[in-house]
Design a protein around this ligand. Sequence first.
Ligand code: GLU
Ligand code: ZN
Length: 490
Amino acid sequence: MANANVRVRFCPSPTGNPHVGLVRTALFNWAFARHHGGTLVFRIEDTDAARDSEESYQQLLDAMRWLGLDWDEGPEVGGPHAPYRQSQRMDIYKDVARKLLDAGYAYPCYCTTEELDARREAARAAGKPSGYDGQCRTLTDEQKAAYEREGRSHIVRFRMPDEATTFTDLVRGEITVQAENVTDYGIVRANGAPLYTLVNPVDDALMEITHVLRGEDLLSSTPRQIALYKALIELGVAKTIPQFGHLPYVMGEGNKKLSKRDPQASLNLYRERGFLRDGLLNYLSLLGWSLSADQDLFSMDEMVAAFDIKDVNANPARFDLKKAEAINADHIRRLDVKTFAEACEPWLNAPHANWAPENFDRAAWEAIAPHAQTRLTVLSDITANVDFLFLDEPVEDEASWTKAMKEGSDALLRTAREKLAEAEWNADALKAAVVAAGEEHGLKLGKAQAPVRVAVTGRTVGLPLFESLEILGRERTLARVDAALAKLAG
Ligand code: GLU
Ligand code: ZN
């Protein structure tokens, strides 16, 4: 059932280049919001000045725009909870931290890193839990004052309740975490800077997020956040605790988690190779979800209509580049030819194409486009498939030349040249000419056309040959066959 009150968020930190794991999270939140007619909040978690960058922030916005994952509140669109960049919300976090301290939900911890390390080691050696041991939980005002006089600084720690946390994960079902596994944790650094552990749930509360859908790697922070939420509700900062759903891990090569540093994980790679937005999103949605058991291929409209977080699979998903390419190829087939031709434009001219812009011939492109559309996997492959039309001379691919030009190829090519020169210039007649030339030399079509293809296009593989020759035209075709004959004559 639709629920327009749904408010979800996509809240990346602007570090590094956008990667496919991030896109999968954005996509599931977007699909959930759109399915319900609810709200997608886009929030930038940029409180770590040492790691965040403006460039990465711009790339995130650009990626979301390219993917067509639109947001209802956030950067550039604004909204009732602005600002949506955490770096601009520091006063809010200070205020909440103060309230938590005043009410005793949090306390100053004066332990130095060395002290903490030493006690952790000792606990480990004794086989005890090695999280924070609660030493500063009960400091008196005198003790605090004494630490201050010593010149010690303090962080702020959240006081975890001494009870187990149970919650129902929308993907994984009921989860219980025992108290000893979640110890008191830092929420404000010694220099006063608030930590992710504070700002993320505080903003989810203030922005009235109803569902937190995020990667499984964040599952361990959920019991802490639920406890913090309860305190925020007591303090009147939060209204309710959101529901949580943790999306499955994405595994890469060798059954290791796909790392954001893995080249296969970079969103830019897919853009540069010419993945379609819908092809990429369709594939990424399969990392944990599917429309139905027997349908891998669907549009984003179909996904939005069907998406339910409860259908997400908890098991790790395997990232499979071949499958991503196959899905993308299917999406290319689905375009109408005009849209396909337009989508290829960036690869038909500078900076990707290696022919002069004035060599580009739109009529030839429109004629060849339907033949290319049924064969491409990614749009960037178009350049090599049609360059024979726009280069003054075909590419010289030595491997193709060696493979196609065998003993007797010169004789075959001479016969083919004669028959092509006499043929009517259409694909059927050109095919008949090469078939006839082959027969004279005892060669089947496949063998007979290989030297012709290499002479004209430079390569052994490509688009349907006779349509290609028809579009290239009589004069240029014959000139290329002549050039090949001259080369063979050495
Ligand atoms: N900024 C956090 C991250 O990128 C968000 C985590 C969350 O979704 O709660 O890991
Ligand atoms: Zn302490």
